[in-house]
Design a protein around this ligand. Structure first.
Ligand code: C5P
Length: 323
């Protein structure tokens, strides 16, 4: 056996200790890099499994100043009490005489009363197509591309039947209010955008007594839709979009704009179709010749600028169509 002098023992012990320390530091850093991405010092996990994630607030100050991940999106019985500001503002939009608390009680005895979309996480990559009603969809051949998304969110009366080639055939969600409602199939979530208490009363009536047929215009007394897939946008969410994203332009946000911001909260990747004028500057629908959107109670120009800023900030992609 070779006997080493005491001094050599000390050297070897020191060498082994420092090697162990270096190895430990190396592995700790590798785990950090592996877990948190290639930056090493980034303190948050990636919020989703897509290439880029809408909810990643680290990459745009403009976005993170506006985006509130904690805003209530959909009404349920546990979050239905409105704070005074929201309540006053919402009640003045299209004022009516209903009793909000009573209506909310009734609505959740009939429709699902649960928290939706709290499933965000680093292993989810949910892609969404938000399909507006612009005439720029005609001749676009976007149908297969739109249908390829996990969620296809349509707005108001925008049909797919007869326009499949350009707008697709899948609809997972349709955002409507009583005056814009149409029949849905069983695979679609009816998402009510309530501008007034009567809108929620209409929803109840449409699935029960069918006795509400009039708001400020005639509305359908009933509609085909899966009762278990009904959702209601939260009035506080509408106010949030008005304050943070429309920056109080117009009287309240347009349905398309609300839908797009809703998508930013429930999707990881958002692709936008059927928004904006045609290349000839026309604002008509793809399914009729109604001129829409430009002259209204909404802050249309500002909303468009915000949508384009979302594009610049890499939060959405806009597919402009061909016509
Ligand atoms: O006309 P409607 O409100 O049903 O359209 C739904 C949404 O589609 C609008 O709120 C708007 O965001 C978008 N749209 C558009 N250009 C059009 C028509 C609709 O951007 N010509």
């Amino acid at each position: 056996m070779v006997v080493l002098p005491l001094r050599h023992h000390c050297y070897i012990t020191a060498l082994l200790s420092s090697t162990t320390l270096l190895l430990l530091l190396y592995f700790q850093n590798s785990v950090l890099v592996f877990t948190y991405g290639s930056y090493g010092f980034v303190s948050e996990r990636s919020p989703c499994a897509c290439h880029t994630c809408v909810a990643d607030r680290g990459n745009s100050n403009w976005f993170s100043e506006r985006y509130d991940p904690n805003v209530p999106l959909l009404l349920n019985s546990t979050n239905s009490v409105l704070n005074a500001n929201v309540s006053r503002w919402w009640n003045e939009l299209q004022s009516d005489a209903g009793n909000y608390a009573e209506v909310v009680d009734q609505v959740f005895s009939l429709f699902p009363d649960k928290e939706h979309y709290s499933d965000t996480g680093s292993d989810r990559c949910r892609t969404c197509a938000v399909v507006g009603n612009s005439g720029n969809l005609l001749g676009s051949n976007y149908g297969p591309l739109i249908d390829f998304h996990d969620f296809v969110i349509r707005i108001n009366k925008g049909p797919s039947k007869g326009y499949e080639k350009d707008v697709g055939s899948k609809t997972t969600h349709r955002i409507v209010y009583p005056e814009s409602a149409i029949d849905l199939d069983n695979s679609t979530h009816l998402v009510l955008l309530p501008f007034k208490i009567l809108d929620i009363q209409w929803l109840i009536s449409a699935f029960t007594t069918k006795n509400i047929t009039q708001t400020y215009v005639q509305v359908p007394s009933t509609i085909k839709a899966d009762k278990d897939k009904v959702m209601i946008l939260h009035p506080e969410f509408i106010r949030y979009v008005y304050d943070n994203w429309a920056e109080r332009h117009g009287r309240y946000p347009s349905t398309g704009f609300l839908t797009l911001i809703f998508a930013l909260h429930i999707c990881d990747e958002v692709n936008v179709f059927g928004f904006g004028a045609t290349s000839g500057g026309k604002w008509h629908h793809y399914f009729d010749k109604t001129l829409s959107y430009e002259n209204s109670v909404h802050g249309g120009t500002f909303e468009n600028e915000t949508i384009h800023r979302l594009l610049q900030e890499n939060k959405i992609l806009i597919h402009k169509g061909w016509t």
